[in-house]
Design a protein around this ligand. Structure first.
Ligand SMILES: [Zn+2]
Length: 302
C-alpha cells in the first residue's frame, strides 16, 4: 500500500509535482479516519489524484469497513423516501441520456453494485448485464435474475459478446487505470455503441471551496478527480466521440451543502442561504455520453 517515491500520473504518466493538499479518509460528509493522503495535480492532463497501490491490503482496509449493501437498519419512512428518490433519479437520468427511442439494446453495467440500476431498465427495450467484483453484490444481482459477470472487468473474458450500451456509474474514479477500462469497453461495444461515464467533477464549487471537506473526495476509495482536460486525454486515442456531457445535479442534492462544512462561518452560511441558486449553477458530478466511432480517432468532441 506504500506510495512510490517519485509519483507519476495514472492517466498521462507525467511526473507529479508536490502535493497541492492532503485529504483524509472520508466518505460523503463523514471523516472515517484522520489518516492523510497527499493529493497531486497533474499539469499534463489536468487531473487531481492520490498515489496509492490498489493491492489486497488496500481493498481490505478501505472497502471492507464500508457496508455498501446493508440498508436493513433504515426506518420504514426512510426506506420509502429512498425508493421514491431513486425512482425519480432513474427517470431523470434516463430522460437526460441521448439514447435511441426505438429498438432493443444490450446494456452492460460495469460495477453494477446490487443491480438496482439494471433492475429498473424496461425489459421491453433493454437486456441487462452486470459486471461486479464484490461477492455480496454479485449474489444480489443473481437474486434479481440478471446475468452477471463476476470479477474485475479488465480480467474478464467476454468471448465474442458485444454490447450496445456500456455504463460506468461512479466506478472509474475508483480505478488507478481508467484508460484501460475505457479501452476494454470500446472493444466490447458494437458499431455506434454508447458509452456512459458518471464521475465526480473537480471543476466544482464543492472542491474549489470545500477542499478536503469536499463531499465527493471519498479518498482513498476515489483515486482521481477529473476535469475537462482529463476527459479529453482519457479518450484521445480511443474510437469515441463525445455526444453529451451534463451535470447530474439531482443525484446528490446536498453534496455542496456538506462540502461547505469546514468553510469559514459567514461564507458558509451565505452560500447555504442561497443554496438552490448556487447548486443549480454548480457541477459537482458529471455524466458523459460517448459514441463509438468507426475511425481510430475520436472525431469532434462537441
Ligand atoms: Zn496526467
Amino acid at each position: 500500500m506504500k506510495a512510490s517515491s517519485s509519483p507519476r500520473c495514472m492517466i498521462c504518466d507525467s511526473p507529479l509535482a508536490s502535493p497541492i493538499m492532503t485529504a483524509y479518509n472520508t466518505h460523503g460528509r463523514h471523516v472515517l479516519s484522520r489518516e492523510t493522503f497527499p493529493v497531486f495535480f497533474c499539469e499534463g492532463c489536468g487531473t487531481y489524484q492520490i498515489n496509492i497501490k490498489q493491492d489486497e491490503e488496500y481493498y481490505t482496509k478501505y472497502y471492507n469497513s464500508l457496508d455498501y449493501y446493508n440498508q436493513e437498519n433504515r426506518s420504514r419512512i426512510l426506506s420509502f423516501l429512498s425508493t421514491i428518490f431513486s425512482k425519480i433519479s432513474f427517470w431523470l437520468k434516463m430522460h437526460s441520456l441521448p439514447l435511441k427511442k426505438h429498438g432493443f439494446f444490450r446494456w452492460l453495467d460495469v460495477g453494477a453494485g446490487d443491480g438496482s440500476f439494471l433492475q429498473k431498465l424496461s425489459p421491453k427495450r433493454f437486456q441487462p448485464f452486470g459486471v461486479e467484483i464484490s461477492q455480496i453484490g454479485y449474489e444480489e444481482i443473481k437474486k434479481k435474475h440478471i446475468p452477471c459477470f463476476h470479477g474485475d472487468f479488465l480480467s474478464l473474458d467476454f468471448g465474442q459478446t458485444s454490447f450496445d450500451i456500456i455504463s460506468f456509474w461512479h466506478v472509474l474514479e475508483h480505478c488507478c487505470s481508467p484508460k484501460k477500462y475505457l479501452k476494454k469497453a470500446c472493444e466490447l461495444l458494437g458499431e455506434g455503441g454508447v458509452l456512459i461515464v458518471a464521475l465526480p467533477w473537480a471543476e466544482s464549487l464543492g472542491f474549489a471551496i470545500g477542499k478536503k471537506g469536499w463531499f465527493h473526495l471519498d479518498s482513498p476509495r476515489h483515486v482521481f478527480w477529473p476535469t475537462k482536460k482529463t476527459m479529453e486525454v482519457l479518450i484521445q486515442d480511443l474510437p469515441l466521440s463525445q455526444v453529451k456531457g451534463f451535470s447530474s445535479w439531482w443525484e446528490y442534492p446536498l453534496d455542496l451543502w456538506w462540502s461547505l462544512k469546514e468553510v469559514p462561518f459567514f461564507f458558509k452560511w451565505f452560500l447555504r442561504l442561497l443554496y438552490p441558486i448556487v447548486k443549480i449553477g454548480d457541477r459537482e458530478t458529471m455524466i458523459f455520453v460517448f459514441k463509438k466511432t468507426t475511425s481510430n480517432k475520436g472525431g469532434s468532441n462537441g
